[in-house]
Ligand binder design. Structure first.
Ligand code: B12
Ligand code: SF4
Length: 469
């Protein structure tokens, strides 16, 4: 079979805000750039437009990327594409973590990374010899990544179609938190892209703001300080408006690098505090411990460098009781955080957390993967019922993501900047919490009469509270 066209698909979920989608298809942009120039390639983001099944036929290679929560949608797309005669390849976190499950319905799967296997898949398909499974878990150096091609940049038109461009600078995490899949999808060894490659990509894409895809960029403050110094010195020369990244608390102990990071236009760290409950220490992987005084100190130190902090908190650890919600709310209120992400602990395939709960018979049966979105309860917590966890989470989400909360934290962020920068900083100041508000809207909330709850028009999904009732 000779190849006719490659179509790469990102399954949709969130739609658009003011005609732009939030999640730029960075993964697919990198994969599309590996398709030989002679082969037409198209990226379809379902949040922007429907998949053109009518145009598909034999000779079409369809690649779908999927996290766990998107995998049922990926299968739905695959079945329709296959019915038109296309061949379907699936990659991304779920195909990596639950390979056998996905292999049962996809023509072929990409396990792990695909910078080497994807070109091989295209070549094999072209000569009619596509294999059912390609595995790349060697966590190879990122030194020679193929740049994102101009045809891909033109087609995706990030500036027009997306709110947030993404960028990968480092990959991997040497921590091993029980609940996290990051090390399983991007490896335990921290890998660094050469600084000149990063600068070249930013300049060619013409991006002025971006969110780093790096799982734990901040860990490099300790692991690779010289690299960080040269990276920041290179980025400070660029005309960037601001960028954000994920980090852990240790960044606060490196004032010199923080100063350089600020000069390099770093706007905000997303810091995984994970829990305000010291009893959860064992499950937190050594990077955080529920020590509230330390949390406040970290936030102060980062603020002293002129950088904002979005605090990430997870609920439902074995040490958590129903009191955790009010307690965390108090901690957040007393803090100077510019944004807050709250999620429900979610036992993804391949994590020690999931294995423990399988052993203890604590997974709620028959929960669809689409509810593994970190806003739904998918297991039996140790010291709460699932309904208590869901209700506590909803209560806190309403408190935090009601408009007053979003507005006050956004304003706090804006106030850190001089008045002349407000027009440039306005978007980033409010977008984080607005994004979390939107993510939480996947639960079927109703107005609760206090003016801060809200309904989700058109959302027919059943929240776990009602599902369990
Ligand atoms: C950036 C990011 C986001 C962005 C979205 C980016 C996007 N466009 O989808 C944001 C911040 C919005 C986000 C949100 C969420 N995310 Co996220 N995210 C990431 C992160 C940090 C990087 C992904 C990335 O772009 N990497 C760079 C690209 C180049 O690499 P890649 O995606 O891994 O792709 C490579 C391979 O996987 C493979 N591949 C991937 N797809 C395909 C397809 C084909 C056909 C082939 C051949 C190969 C292939 O080839 C690529 C090149 O090697 C990953 C962690 C990680 N390290 O992967 C988590 C991760 C994917 N996210 C995760 C989660 C849980 C979420 C949320 C549910 C969390 C939350 N509560 O907010 C939401 C879900 C949002 C949604 N509606 O989908 C989990 C997924 C776990 C799982 N089992 O599904 C991960 C693994 C993080 C983790 N700690 O566990 N996320
Ligand atoms: S939660 Fe963060 S620190 Fe822990 S393994 Fe995942 S990326 Fe690393």
């Amino acid at each position: 079979m000779s190849i006719h066209r490659v179509t790469l698909i990102q399954p949709g979920r969130d739609g658009t805000v003011l005609r732009r989608a939030t999640m730029a298809p960075y993964t697919l942009m990198r994969l599309a750039s590996l398709v030989p120039d002679a082969v037409p390639v198209e990226i379809i983001d379902e949040d922007l437009r429907p998949v053109p099944f009518d145009e598909m036929g034999p000779g079409d290679l369809v690649g779908i990327t999927a996290k766990t929560l998107q995998i049922e949608r990926a299968r739905w797309i695959a079945e329709r594409a296959k019915a038109r005669g296309a061949t379907v390849v699936v990659g991304g976190p779920h195909a990596t973590l639950a390979a056998d499950e996905v292999a049962a319905w996809a023509d072929s799967i990409a396990v792990g990374e695909a910078y080497r296997t994807w070109p091989q898949m295209i070549a094999d398909f072209d000569r009619g010899a596509l294999q059912p499974r390609y595995v790349d878990e060697e966590w190879a150096s990122l030194d020679k990544l193929v740049p994102i091609s101009d045809r891909v940049l033109r087609q995706v038109d990030e500036k027009r179609n997306y709110w947030t461009p993404y960028l990968e600078i480092t990959r991997g995490c040497s921590r091993s938190c029980d609940f996290c899949t990051a090390i399983r999808v991007s490896g335990r060894v921290m890998r660094l892209r050469p600084v000149e490659q990063v600068v070249e990509e930013i300049e060619r894409r013409g991006i002025k703001r971006f969110f780093l895809t790096d799982d734990n960029f901040g860990l490099n403050f300790r692991l690779h300080p010289e690299y960080m110094e040269s990276l920041f010195k290179a980025l400070r020369k660029l005309p960037l408006q601001g960028w954000t990244c994920q980090a852990e608390q240790l960044v606060a102990d490196h004032p010199d690098l923080l100063k350089l990071a600020r000069e390099a236009h770093l706007d905000k760290f997303f810091i995984g505090f994970e829990s305000a409950n010291p009893n959860n220490r064992r499950q937190l992987g050594g990077k955080t411990d529920g020590n509230i005084e330390r949390y406040h100190q970290v936030i102060d130190n980062v603020h002293a460098a002129g950088i904002g902090v979005v605090g990430l908190f997870v609920f439902g650890f074995d040490g958590d009781t129903p009191e955790i919600f009010q307690h965390t709310y108090d901690v957040i209120r007393e803090s100077e955080l510019e944004g807050v992400s709250i999620t429900v602990l979610t036992p993804y395939v391949g994590t020690p957390q999931r294995q423990q709960w399988i052993d203890e018979n604590r997974l709620i049966p028959n929960v669809p993967w689409s509810l593994y979105d970190t806003t739904h309860v998918t297991y039996y917590p140790a010291q709460m019922t699932p309904a208590q966890l869901a209700a506590g989470y909803d209560w806190l989400a309403r408190k935090l993501y009601g408009w007053p909360g979003v507005a006050s934290r956004g304003l706090r962020n804006l106030m850190r900047h001089p008045l002349r920068d407000w027009p440039r900083k306005a978007f980033a100041s409010f977008s984080t919490d607005y994004g979390y508000r939107k993510a939480c809207a996947h639960r079927d909330w109703v107005p609760d009469g206090d003016g801060i709850g809200y309904a989700v028009p058109g959302n027919t999904r059943k929240g776990i509270v009602s599902a369990l009732a």
